[in-house]
Design a binder for this molecule. Structure first.
Ligand code: 1CP
Length: 359
């Protein structure tokens, strides 16, 4: 079937659904810490390789082709909504579209992951990176959001990477195991490192504002590699830029700050007053709730490996977290990090149904 036909079928199904149901605003209510019903559930990396429907599309298109094509952005974003009826959609894209717009050359290799063709190696290279005056290099995202919006009956979450995490890809050139280039630069030339972080933060602000203009209802900033930072380093090289981004948004869209390491950094994150904090799976939710003011939503934090467990075990653990957060008006169910590509759809469906059946 040609792409346009596939998309028309998809659109027809989902629009029919959106007309027959009213808008599900559980996520927004939880982000405002006034949710009196069951917690909303969505999952990081819900729009990805664990879905057979995603893998079928990937037979036909490369990952970047999919990221660049507004119809495919819309179609892939909708896949987990159709498969599981999760309570929020997350835009199908990648944190590395920002380095792509910064013209360092981004490609994705199967079995390897992202590759930066021209990694940044010293401060002298930063000035030559473009400024975020012209966002036409990211207009496919804007267009994708516009096509998606009329088809959704749940909130759409936009996102970007945190400056530290994005910088680490731009410096290492790929996913790193030890982040030695990044940390060597950070420790030996902190001023230059700050220049790079500032440039990425300026792009992130412009990019998130573009997503807000196009219609996203919430935003999440992913600091996936913050866990490699010491406590004081996080304060100096990450937190300040997250705060700078929050202050740069032109409309008050609720923002969730997610970082690996949030078990440790959550109180620092709370100090810059995001609407929500995404917790990794190393901490106790109820303990975190005692540390974080009840005016800030908490999101998390099932161990992503639990999706490999037998279905009754998944239910037991999900119910354990739900019991722990019973009555909390600002709780959003999620994993502590993204879904792995090899988990079964049955496991994910079991998780979602377990939460949604709590009425
Ligand atoms: O081969 C493929 O089909 C591509 C697999 C894939 C997918 C589906 C990649 C490559 N990115 C994505 C989508 C993606 N990435 C989303 C879409 C929405 C959703 O969550 O469903 C989001 C939010 C991201 C964000 C992202 N990309 C992060 C932050 C979140 C996290 O998982 O920590 C990071 C670090 C990336 C970089 C990235 N993109 C892709 C890969 C394989 C990687 C490297 C991840 C790593 O280094 O572990």
């Amino acid at each position: 079937m040609p792409l346009s036909d596939t998309l028309m079928t998809t659109h027809a199904n989902v629009s029919a659904k959106s007309h027959s149901h009213s808008f599900n605003d559980l996520l927004i209510r939880a982000l405002e810490c006034r949710n009196e019903s069951r917690p909303p559930v969505w999952l990081m990396r819900q729009a990805g390789r664990h879905l057979a429907s995603y893998r079928a599309l990937r037979q036909k298109y490369s990952f970047l082709e999919m990221c660049h094509h507004p119809d495919l952005i819309a179609e892939v974003t909708l896949l987990p909504i159709k498969a599981y009826s999760v309570d929020a959609a997350i835009l199908f894209s990648d944190i590395l579209v920002v380095p792509e717009a910064l013209q360092v050359g981004v490609r994705f290799e199967d079995q390897v992951g992202p590759i930066i063709e021209r990694p940044i190696t010293h401060t002298g290279e930063i000035a030559a990176l473009p400024e975020p005056h012209d966002l036409s290099a990211l207009s496919f995202v804007q267009e994708g959001i516009k096509r998606l919006k009329p088809q959704l009956n749940v909130p759409l979450i936009g996102f970007c990477g945190a400056p530290f995490t994005v910088a680490s890809y731009m410096i290492e050139g790929k996913t790193s195991r030890d982040f030695k280039k990044t940390k060597r630069w950070m420790l030996n030339d902190p001023k230059g490192f700050h220049q790079l972080l500032r440039k990425i933060a300026d792009w992130s602000i412009a990019y998130l504002n573009l997503q807000i203009d196009a219609g996203v209802e919430a935003l999440q900033i992913f600091d996936s590699w913050a866990n490699t930072l010491a406590y004081r380093q996080f304060q100096e090289f990450s937190l300040g830029y997250l705060d700078y981004i929050l202050k740069g948004l032109k409309t008050p869209v609720p923002v969730i700050l997610f970082c690996r390491g949030s078990s440790v950094f959550a109180p620092q994150l709370a100090s810059i007053q995001p609407r929500g904090i995404g917790l990794d799976w190393n901490c106790s939710l109820s303990y975190m709730r005692r540390l974080i003011p009840s005016s800030i939503a908490l999101q998390g934090n099932l161990d992503p490996d639990l999706l490999y467990a037998p279905l009754p075990k998944i239910k037991e653990e999900v119910n354990g977290l739900l019991d722990e957060m019973e009555g909390d008006k600002g709780f959003i169910f999620n994993l502590g990090h993204g879904i792995f590509p090899d988990v079964s759809e049955e496991a994910v469906r079991t998780l979602v149904e377990c939460i949604q059946s709590r009425g």
